[in-house]
Design a protein around this ligand. Structure first.
Ligand SMILES: O=C(O)C(=O)C[C@]1(C(=O)O)C=C[C@@H](O)C=C1
Length: 110
C-alpha cells in the first residue's frame, strides 16, 4: 500500500489501468474492423459506379437496421446508440460511394 492508500481510501489506479488496457484492445479491434468494413464498402462503391447503381439503398438499410436492433438488444448495446452509429457510418459510406461515382463519371476529367 502507498502512503495515500489504506482500507478507508483504497487506490483505484491498478484497476483503472487494467480497465484502460481492455478499452485500448477493444478500440484497436474496432479500428481494424472498421478499416476492413470500409475496404469492403469501397468495393461495393466501385461496383455500383461501374453499373450506375444508386449510392444509397434504403431497402438494404432497413434490413440492416432490423438485424442490428436484434443484435443490440441481444448484446446489451443501447439501441439508440446503435441507430446513430449506423446512420453515421452509412452516411460516410454513401459520401465515399458518391466520390467514387464522380471519379467514374463520363464527365470526369480523368
Ligand atoms: O450494401 C450496399 O448497397 C452498400 O452500399 C453498403 C451500405 C453499408 O454501408 O452497409 C451503404 C449504403 C447503402 O445505402 C446500404 C448499405
Amino acid at each position: 500500500m502507498t502512503s495515500k492508500q489504506n482500507s478507508t481510501h483504497p487506490d483505484p489506479t491498478g484497476q483503472l489501468t487494467t480497465l484502460r488496457e481492455r478499452i485500448d484492445n477493444i478500440d484497436a479491434a474496432l479500428i481494424y474492423m472498421l478499416a476492413e468494413r470500409f475496404r469492403c464498402t469501397n468495393d461495393v462503391g466501385k461496383l455500383k459506379a461501374a453499373f450506375q447503381l444508386p449510392a444509397c439503398d434504403p431497402t438494404r438499410e432497413k434490413e440492416q437496421l432490423t438485424r442490428l436492433h436484434a443484435l443490440a438488444k441481444d448484446s446489451g448495446l443501447d439501441v439508440t446508440f446503435t441507430e446513430k452509429f449506423f446512420a453515421f457510418l452509412v452516411g460516410h459510406v454513401i459520401a465515399n460511394h458518391e466520390a467514387i461515382a464522380a471519379e467514374h463519371s463520363p464527365e470526369s476529367d480523368s
